[in-house]
Design a protein around this ligand. Structure first.
Ligand code: ADP
Length: 549
């Protein structure tokens, strides 16, 4: 019906119209407020950004000038270079965080659903976060609670980013000598295959006020105490973490008390991806465990019992030698020896050397330790250790390693002539267009003994691979951005070739693009893993060790 009748509004319609106008007005006001708020947030973000970028930039520019004006004073120049290095790494993390934030904000972050091992992820985490904690003489303790399913489907890269951020903060905001406790556990797998991963990170550090906890997930928010001001950070990590946890359908909670410490809990849903385990070790097989500390020994023994094996626990190297001498004589040698991190009388590697001499080359000796294998591999293998099982200890990892060692006792599954740490029997194709990077990588690789062939771009790599006999290359290190043909395209072409090694040759992306999406693009193109530049010897060796032995 027309609202206007006889030249004027009827009372009913007028009231209705006024109501509508008021509602429209209120909506407009809300939209205006939201736009203003978004605008203010953006300005605040930009002004914080420009401040946070300027600070390290000032240090870089200033220190470069000071260094140049004292170019003949070695100590002074060294000091300036150290400060420039610190400021640039801070700038780098700021740029990475901001780019991450913008990807999250614009919805460009895609969460993958891929199979991964929780044991591998936990070990990677421990390797990443432990060095800083060791430097601060903190007690960083990883506990593995009830784990029903180690093999999961989810987004391991983003999961790692979340957990590294939280643990790194605990290390940063806990004074030297403090305690950090990290715990992983799972709830039972549901009927639909979903398994919730519960993660806890507890520290006894400087903590946060209740007031601050309300803002902790806002970008650029940092506790403004003088202690914190001396600790480097961008104030973006937590807001990235929160967005990632939300994006993965999980929850994050923080409890904290100033001066007492903080507790972060993250709950994330994953899908269980059970794997059939076929083990060849007979039930009741005896395994000798040598570790001084009761809690560590108990953890190892529990895992062994869980796999149907029978642990015999000793505390010292000499005891182990005596036990094995008798066992050898009487003909009841255990299936393997597990050396822990600390023995009562000698370092584990020394004990390994004694046992190796006594028990011959085929007897499996394993090292179970929190240490960084990359750093001790050379000495350990020479002492006679066959395999390393990293802590935090996952039962299946320990049992699988013992199993495969016992199965191939003495055998060498690698190419003929290869020894652990010696890769001279293998061939690697290094694809890199930048001369300087090529020189660095060739130099680093030459230290491992592997035979290196090079290609200057993707096309050359494809041609070399096509021309080589099958199995010629064991590994390809592939740069991504190259003229003529980029790395992604080259890998796609190699993977499509009609030859037996096209699908199996191990291809590692080696690139300056270090974002999660880049890692994923590399995987989608058919690459097996991703090394971000600058590449160092340790990480190269790690890849060779995993692939070539
Ligand atoms: P930052 O780069 O400053 O570490 P984050 O976004 O990761 O930024 O954290 C935001 C702020 O929250 C930190 O600056 C710090 O003040 C506080 N914070 C985070 N984790 C902890 C913790 N474990 N203990 C005390 N304070 C913390």
């Amino acid at each position: 019906m027309d609202a206007f009748e006889n030249g004027r509004y009827r009372n009913m319609d007028l009231t209705q119209r006024v109501g509508e106008l008021e509602r429209e007005n209120a909506e407009l006001r809300r939209a205006l407020e939201a736009a203003e708020e978004a605008n203010q947030a953006k300005s605040r973000f930009l002004s914080n950004m420009s401040h946070d970028i300027r600070t390290p930039m000032n240090a870089i520019v200033g220190m470069t000038a000071i260094g140049l004006s004292h170019i003949d004073e070695k100590a002074r120049v060294q000091d300036c270079l150290d400060k420039i290095r610190t400021a640039s790494s801070h700038l780098m993390s700021l740029v990475n965080d901001v780019l991450d934030m913008s990807r999250i904000d614009s919805g460009r972050v895609v969460f993958s659903q891929e199979e991964f091992s929780l044991a591998d992820l936990t070990h990677e985490l421990a390797v990443i976060v432990r060095p800083q904690a060791v430097q601060k003489e903190q007690n960083l303790y990883f506990e593995i609670g009830q784990i029903c399913e180690e093999n999961l489907i989810g987004d391991p890269l983003h999961l790692r980013q979340i957990l590294v951020n939280i643990i790194n903060n605990a290390v940063k905001y806990t004074p030297a000598g403090g305690k950090i406790h990290v715990r992983f556990s799972q709830r039972p797998v549901r009927e639909d295959g979903v398994v919730w991963l519960d993660f806890l990170c507890e520290d006894n550090g400087i903590g946060m006020s209740e007031d601050f906890l309300e803002r902790i997930f806002e970008p650029f928010e940092r506790v403004k105490s003088s202690t914190v001001d001396k600790i480097e950070g961008t104030g973006l990590g937590m807001s990235i973490v929160k967005s990632l946890v939300d994006g993965m359908g999980g929850q994050i909670h923080v409890k904290s008390q100033e001066g007492r410490g903080s507790e972060f809990t993250v709950e994330l849903p994953m899908l269980a991806c059970p794997r059939k385990q076929v083990r060849s070790l007979p039930e009741d097989a005896q395994v000798l465990v040598v570790e001084r500390k009761n809690d560590r020994a108990a953890q190892i023994c529990d895992c062994l019992w869980g796999g149907g094996l029978v642990p015999v626990r000793l505390e010292g190297g000499m005891e182990a030698v005596t036990y094995l001498t008798e066992a050898n004589y009487e003909g009841y040698m255990p299936s393997a020896l597990l050396l822990g991190q600390e023995l009562t009388d000698m370092p584990p590697l020394e004990a390994a050397a004694y046992v190796r001499k006594l028990a011959g080359p085929d007897f499996p000796i394993l090292l179970v330790s929190e240490g960084d294998w990359a750093q001790m591999e050379y000495r350990a293998t020479r002492a006679g250790i066959n395999a390393f099982v990293p802590c935090p200890l996952f039962g299946s990892r320990l049992l699988d390693t013992i199993d495969s060692l016992v199965e191939n006792a003495g055998g060498n599954s690698g190419k003929a002539g290869s020894r652990e740490g010696d890769y001279s029997a293998y061939r690697l194709l290094l694809v890199e267009d930048n001369e300087l990077n090529l020189e660095i990588a060739t130099e680093l690789l030459s230290m491992t003994g592997i035979q290196v062939e090079t290609a200057e771009n993707g096309l050359e790599a494809v041609e070399k691979f096509a021309a080589a006999p099958e199995g010629h290359y064991d590994i390809i290190l592939m740069d991504i951005q190259m003229p003529v043909m980029n790395g992604y395209e080259a890998v796609r072409k190699i993977r499509k070739m009609d030859r037996a090694d096209a699908g199996s040759v191990w291809i590692v992306a080696m690139t300056a693009n270090a974002f999660m999406e880049d890692v994923r693009l590399a995987k989608d193109a058919g690459m097996n893993e991703h090394l971000s530049k600058p590449v160092d010897l340790e990480r190269l060796q790690d890849v060779l060790r995993r692939q070539l032995h």
